[in-house]
Ligand binder design. Structure first.
Ligand SMILES: [Zn+2]
Ligand SMILES: [Zn+2]
Length: 115
């Protein structure tokens, strides 16, 4: 939403109606030239594992139903706890997509990755 009289552009196109349904990775450029990015991704959150039967991406032992797990944004699940398979090691990376597996969200998509 852009306030009346405000100007903004999404993905380089000026907004006509002041309203645009954002989609993932849209770039929003504001009057002052600054840009913000919209992402549908959320910070990793531990949640009880609900199946289907699968193995942890880190330790390769079974993910028990109901045990706390964290999903990478690519979908691979890791045990969560102490120690956490998700945040295992100093610079944990997802075994599948090589994104940082950190609870602080550093594994989320960032615009500079595609710059
Ligand atoms: Zn594990
Ligand atoms: Zn991943």
């Amino acid at each position: 939403m852009v306030p009346p009289g405000g100007r903004a552009a999404v993905n380089g196109l000026p907004l006509s109606a002041g309203l645009h349904v954002l989609s993932h990775k849209d770039e929003i450029r504001l009057n002052d030239g600054s840009a913000i990015h919209f992402s549908v991704e959320v910070l990793p959150q531990p949640r009880p594992y609900l199946g289907p039967a699968a193995k942890c991406g880190r330790c390769h032992t079974a993910l028990e139903p109901g045990c706390p797990v964290v999903h990478c944004s690519c979908g691979v699940a890791y045990h969560h706890g102490s120690p956490s398979c998700f945040e295992y090691g100093k610079q944990p990376l997802c075994v599948a997509c090589r994104r940082p597996t950190r609870m602080d969200g550093s594994g989320l998509w960032r615009p500079e990755e595609e710059a």
